[in-house]
Design a protein around this ligand. Structure first.
Ligand code: GDP
Ligand code: MG
Length: 304
């Protein structure tokens, strides 16, 4: 399946909701008026573009309409699609790789957002591109967490560095860095325990993991990816804001886009936060990962 089809399938629920909404609002042969824009606003809010971003996009359509670039309701979807796909610069999408030695990617987020699964997907993805990957099991909090990542590492065929449950995550990070250097790994992916920004001690723990990594490998962590659950819609934006106050988040892994009718949140994240979406999760298997491609994304999102 090509990228467009994968996005289209993954965005299924968002796309259907949007397509149905747009079809009912944008009628054949009708000219655009303020009423059109008003109804369009409701459709976009329902797909979780969020109030601020929706308002901006409506203004874009209004400006295009007033300037005579579009006149018919039928032209609106294409106009929106083009605008949405132009929101992301190329540089946004790439992973910042180390110039030499392992690239360290720290993965964080709240409980259940999809961190461990996303680490497995990233492991699979980088392996597919010929890189040597090691996983660091720094979620030592829950009994099943280390076990879950171990199973993934076997399925994906990558090495893992782990301690027992209850171990100091900083110590695991330390060992994982040593192993990554000693074994000439290209990428070290660090899974961490779920946490909320209000849990001061856990946020400090994350800071500590980051410090350990910084000391062990120059320039690390090269990426701090925040995993957000797309099904929570606008709330994901709040999580991103809150985490960014504690750690320097360099990118977002938007998980569960396949189960969400709220894919518009991707556009909201771009518009509202200074953090790019780098990957999306489109299912529960390791292969269900795609680097975020805005043009394909927008095409799939606004597909009939
Ligand atoms: P963590 O607590 O953040 O480590 O979250 P997990 O990786 O354990 O995932 C929590 C649940 O979300 C699991 O049931 C995963 O299978 C599921 N999940 C993770 N990513 C995706 C995704 O992209 N799509 C779907 N449909 N489910 C996902
Ligand atoms: Mg986990």
């Amino acid at each position: 399946m090509g990228l467009f089809d994968r996005f289209k399938k993954g965005l299924g629920r968002t796309r259907e909701k949007l397509a149905t909404g747009l079809r009912s609002v944008l009628r054949i042969g009708q000219r655009i008026d303020e009423e059109t824009l008003h109804k369009l606003e409701d459709v976009m809010l329902a797909a979780d573009f969020g109030p601020t971003t929706t308002q901006k996009l409506i203004d874009v359509v209004r400006t295009g309409w007033k300037a005579g670039e579009i006149a018919e309701e039928q032209q609106v979807t294409e106009y929106l699609r083009r605008h949405v796909s132009s929101l992301w610069p190329e540089s946004d999408r790439s992973i910042r790789f180390a110039e030499s030695g392992p690239t360290v990617i720290l993965v964080t987020g709240i409980n259940g957002s999809g961190k461990t699964t996303s680490v497995a997907k990233l492991g699979y993805y980088f392996t597919q591109t010929g890189k040597r990957v090691i996983l660091g099991a720094c979620d030592t909090f829950r009994a099943a967490a280390v076990e879950q990542l171990s199973i993934w590492s076997q399925r994906v065929g990558v090495q893992i560095v782990k301690h027992d449950q209850g171990a100091d995550p900083g110590a695991v990070a330390y060992d994982a860095c040593e192993a990554a250097v000693a074994r000439n790994a290209d990428v070290l992916l660090i899974d961490t325990a779920g946490r909320l920004h209000t849990q001061e001690h856990l946020m400090r723990e994350l800071g500590k993991i980051q410090k350990v990594v910084e000391r062990k490998i120059p320039g690390a962590p090269h990426e701090v990816l925040l995993v957000l659950d797309a099904t929570v819609g606008q709330n994901a934006l709040n999580q991103a804001r809150q985490f960014s106050q504690h750690v320097s988040v360099t990118g977002i892994f938007l998980a569960k886009l396949d189960g969400s009718a709220k894919g518009g949140v991707v556009v909201g994240i771009r518009d509202q936060l200074n953090v790019p979406v780098k990957f999306v999760g489109l299912g529960e298997t390791p292969a269900d990962i795609e680097p975020f491609d805005p043009v394909v994304f927008a095409e799939a999102m606004f597909a009939e």
